[in-house]
Design a protein around this ligand. Structure first.
Ligand SMILES: Nc1nc2c(c(=O)[nH]1)N[C@H]1C(S)=C(S)[C@@H](COP(=O)(O)O)O[C@H]1N2
Ligand SMILES: [Mo]
Length: 566
């Protein structure tokens, strides 16, 4: 694959520095060993007290390391898989495995708070095991660590057996176990700096202890405990809101469209293996935004406000929006950061209400030329007013391919404007539209080196064969997609080794706002070949051969691949 990019969380590579991971900056271990500071004379009794003290603190090491791991695991889960965390997965397995009698007894004992009681009990068991891990680790290196690792494996297995299991859900238990291991090692080393090994049970040698060592150890374990508590609390809060939103989304019933798109005619799509499907499934749709954690927007309290240069401000809630005459449209969305040949582009069926109707309710005043849309997370996009008032189907979308918008694609509502790159039009989790002027306001990316305007450029892509493929035949079925939203695609051509351009066969496609699939059979003869594609828009205008980078307003050039035939 030559110039293909995978979607990241942030677009345009412009997001400033990464936030440190949870638990960063905890105790850094130094190798333990006798520090040889002034010995305590070991008359059996002091030796025993000292050993007990050491064991207690070793238990504390295990407890705090375990708590940090669990908290980090839950926090990771809150971000990547809110409905399934290591603790809830293990808990779920335990509850499912519980004998019915035990379950009934627990419920009768704890009433409706049985879940909480169960979680508390589980935490106590985990805490006890973590203490044990700390103690055995002190006595013999790696034994406690091995115990923590086993815990991680149990977590992964538990996650895999749950109904809500996803690939992302495997990460949290691994993070939990990994961090617990790291922290246990660090704490143990600090402890041994304070109270050297000689004080280990069985040793009759003098135990040394140093004041700075003591301070260092107590500080790291204290800070660790505090961080664990705060992180655990944060994880609980984030997770419960996220779960609440997921639930609300699942409960949301979308009304049918008043203006529906007809079913796709036969021949709209081409059936060539390896080619992007005509309609991109939600799960495969590229995702680009600046949000580190997917915003959780409560559909019950969500509103969309229209303000700025309007006769009267208008505010609508979701119920009002859903009661409007909604329309369905297929629209191809593209990211300005999409490299030539890249996959930050997709086509979906959107259900929404035309923005122009909402703007008409507010009454746009003369002189305005831009709508600045704002998201709950602060992202903004500046869209030409015209694109939201003309005949094109710019919508406040609530549905994507027959589903409520997925959370990562803007639940409960986002903008979709045919013909414009996402960064100047497709605000997700949209909450306000300010009617204004380009001379007065700028969108998020337009203040960061990207242009004010972002019409999608005519582009085409080869999906199959993949760049660098070796084929055992000299007849190659080549295929891909081409798009020029608002203009449509009239022709796609392919050439081999800079030869004559040859017309490809186009799929029927859907509308001028969507991409089309294309295919062509070539017999270039054995050897290494360069394949290139170009598209013509609806007006017969070919895409440019000029190579442009993605900054500031979108990449251009021919998608070019190399294949080997024999
Ligand atoms: N709130 C918000 N909306 C946003 C963005 C963002 O960072 N935050 N990114 C925009 C960009 S750059 C693109 S390309 C599209 C991508 O939409 P998708 O993630 O649903 O594919 O969303 C747009 N809407
Ligand atoms: Mo984008």
């Amino acid at each position: 694959m030559s110039i293909r990019t995978r979607s990241g969380l942030t677009g345009h590579g412009g997001l400033p520095g990464d936030a440190g991971g949870p638990g960063d900056g905890g105790g850094r271990g130094t190798p333990g060993g006798p520090s040889g500071t002034g010995g305590l004379g070991d008359t059996g009794r002091t030796g025993r007290t000292e050993r007990r003290r050491l064991t207690r603190w070793a238990g504390a090491c295990g407890l705090v390391a375990g708590a940090l791991g669990v908290a980090a695991g839950e926090l990771t889960a809150a971000a990547v898989s809110p409905s399934l965390s290591p603790i809830t997965a293990v808990g779920g397995v335990a509850i499912d495995a519980m004998l019915p009698g035990v379950k009934d007894w627990a419920i009768s004992l704890f009433g409706t708070s049985d879940k909480l009681a169960f979680l508390l009990a589980m935490c106590l068991v985990i805490a006890a095991l973590a203490v044990l891990g700390g103690i055995v680790e002190l006595r013999r290196k790696f034994t406690g660590l091995a115990g923590f690792a086993v815990f991680g494996i149990i977590g992964v297995v538990a996650v895999l057996t749950r109904a809500q299991s996803t690939t992302a859900a495997i990460a949290p238990p691994l993070v939990a176990a990994g961090l617990a291991v790291v922290f246990l090692t660090a704490f143990r080393n600090r402890l041994l700096e304070w109270m050297p090994r000689d004080a280990l049970p069985g040793s009759t040698a003098a135990a040394g202890s140093s004041a700075p060592g003591r301070r260092k150890f107590l500080t790291s374990i204290g800070v660790g405990a505090a961080v664990a508590v705060v992180a655990g609390f944060a994880a609980t809060v984030v997770r419960s809101t996220a779960i609440g939103i997921a639930q609300a989304r699942a409960n949301l019933v979308l009304p049918g469209p008043v203006t529906a798109v007809p079913p796709l005619p036969a021949g709209a799509a081409l059936a060539l293996p390896g080619i992007a499907p005509l309609v991109t499934p939600n799960a495969d749709f590229y995702r680009i935004d600046t949000a580190l954690v997917v915003p959780s927007v409560n559909p019950d309290s969500w509103t969309l406000t229209v303000n700025g240069m309007v006769d009267h401000e208008v505010e609508i809630d979701l119920k009002t929006l859903l009661a409007k005459p909604l329309m369905e449209n297929y629209t191809t969305l593209a990211c300005v950061s999409n490299e030539v040949g890249g996959d930050l582009v997709g086509n979906a069926k959107w259900l929404g209400w035309p923005v122009r109707e909402l703007l008409a309710l507010a009454g746009v005043q003369p002189g305005a030329d831009m709508v600045l849309s704002r998201s709950t997370d602060g992202f903004t996009a500046g869209t030409p007013l015209e694109a939201m008032t003309d005949a094109r189907n710019a919508v406040i979308a609530v549905g994507m391919n027959g589903q409520p918008l997925p959370q990562e694609h803007g639940f409960p509502a986002r903008l979709v404007v045919p013909g414009l790159y996402g960064f100047v039009s497709a605000t997700k989790w949209v909450t306000s539209l300010t009617v204004t002027r380009f001379s007065d306001e700028k969108g998020y990316w337009s203040t960061r080196g990207w242009s004010d305007h972002g019409p999608i450029k005519t582009e085409s892509r080869i999906d199959t064969p993949r760049d660098g493929t070796s084929l055992k035949t000299d007849t190659v079925a080549v295929g891909g997609v081409a798009w020029a939203p608002q203009k449509g695609i009239s022709k796609v051509q392919v050439r081999v080794d800079q030869g004559e351009w040859q017309d490809a066969v186009l799929g029927g496609g859907i509308s001028k706002d969507t991409w089309v699939q294309w295919t062509i059979r070539l017999s270039p003869g054995a050897g290494q070949h360069e394949l290139q594609v170009r598209a013509f828009d609806g007006a017969g205008q070919p895409q440019t051969d000029q190579v442009a980078q993605v900054v500031p307003d979108g990449a251009t050039g021919y998608h070019t691949i190399t294949v080997h035939t024999s």
